[in-house]
Design a binder for this molecule. Structure first.
Ligand code: NDP
Length: 273
């Protein structure tokens, strides 16, 4: 039985074991997948032990994605660009290969809801680990431009500078945003505290789509807010979660699992709408 895991702190809430168990059943793979709590000051040791014990691969989640980047021997091009990893695979020669599947997962899920991202004016709220992972794959879709706005403006500026060679990227403060935008992506963790990034309500119009990377049993505070102001589509991050997991599964097993049914089952499991 090949062994996989997800490391994080906290980790009890993780849906990854549920998702990968469904993927394994669907594709008839003999594998186990468990959630493992890593101590905040002991992630490198726990990770090394897991692979020394024969682990084949793992996911890494908050708050270890950037630390994990420095613990592997090889990096995929998209992981290098992001500066953070959420997936590790042990290669046949025993080396650890790091990848970042968050951006591919987001884009795949967005394209289930929106025909194309080409030519869109995109606003990305937040400049943390999730934002880092998604900017490169978003720019590959050739939007007209991408604006990054963050509470701590300097972090938005740093990201805009880092990704500027790949497309039209700029940084802004929440308050100074004017738009117009076609798509707003919320990658802040504000929803965790029931808060909404303080962006002008005038940015929301009847043709806009909003995507909150958060998910839960009910609609997220950000999506509720945008829906109340008349946004055309309000999508949460459950599909991204499943699609990034499918990319990790593909890296480990060489088989791409179907995502639509798993998204529906996870939604049912959350007791959602
Ligand atoms: P980080 O801690 O790295 O970054 C958090 C970001 O949120 C920062 O930009 C921070 O701003 C901002 N922020 C936090 N609180 C507030 C607030 N009250 N108002 C405005 N901005 C705020 O987290 P991640 O980037 O790793 O994750 C962000 C979110 O994305 C989480 O909710 C996570 O669950 C979700 N996510 C979902 C995934 C999925 O598959 N659906 C995958 C990955 C992440 P500042 O820089 O000023 O501190």
């Amino acid at each position: 039985m090949d062994r996989y895991a997800v490391f994080g702190n906290p980790i009890g809430h993780s849906k990854s074991p549920f998702i990968h168990t469904l993927f394994a059943r669907q594709t008839q793979q003999q594998m186990s997948y468990e959630a493992m709590l890593a101590p905040l000051d002991g992630f490198p040791q726990v990770l090394a032990q897991f692979f020394a014990d024969g682990g084949k691969g793992c996911n890494v989640t908050v708050p270890f994605k950037e630390q994990a980047y420095g613990l592997v021997q090889q990096l995929s091009p998209r992981a290098k660009l992001a500066g953070a990893i959420n997936t590790i695979r042990r290669t046949d020669d025993g080396l650890l290969l790091g990848d970042n599947t968050d951006g591919a997962g987001l884009v795949q899920d967005l394209l289930l809801h929106i025909p194309s991202l080409a030519g869109l004016r995109i606003l990305l709220l937040g400049a943390g680990g999730a934002a880092r992972g998604v900017i490169g794959p978003l720019l590959e879709q050739q939007p007209a431009n991408l604006t990054i706005a963050n509470r701590t403006f300097s972090k938005a500026e740093q990201l805009a500078e880092h990704f500027a060679p790949l497309g039209a990227v700029r940084a802004a403060t929440f308050e100074a945003l004017t738009g117009p935008f076609d798509l707003i992506l919320n990658s802040t963790s504000a929803s965790l505290a029931g808060e909404i990034p303080p962006i002008p309500a005038a940015l929301i119009h009847e043709d806009i789509a909003v995507y909150d990377m958060m998910y839960g049993p009910g609609e997220t505070p950000f999506n509720q807010w945008a829906r109340g102001l008349g946004a055309r589509a309000c999508i949460d991050g459950l599909g991204m979660l499943v699609c990034q997991a499918a990319e990790s599964f593909m890296l480990w097993r060489g088989i791409r699992p179907g995502t639509k049914q798993v998204i529906a089952e996870l939604r049912r499991n959350l007791g959602a709408r």
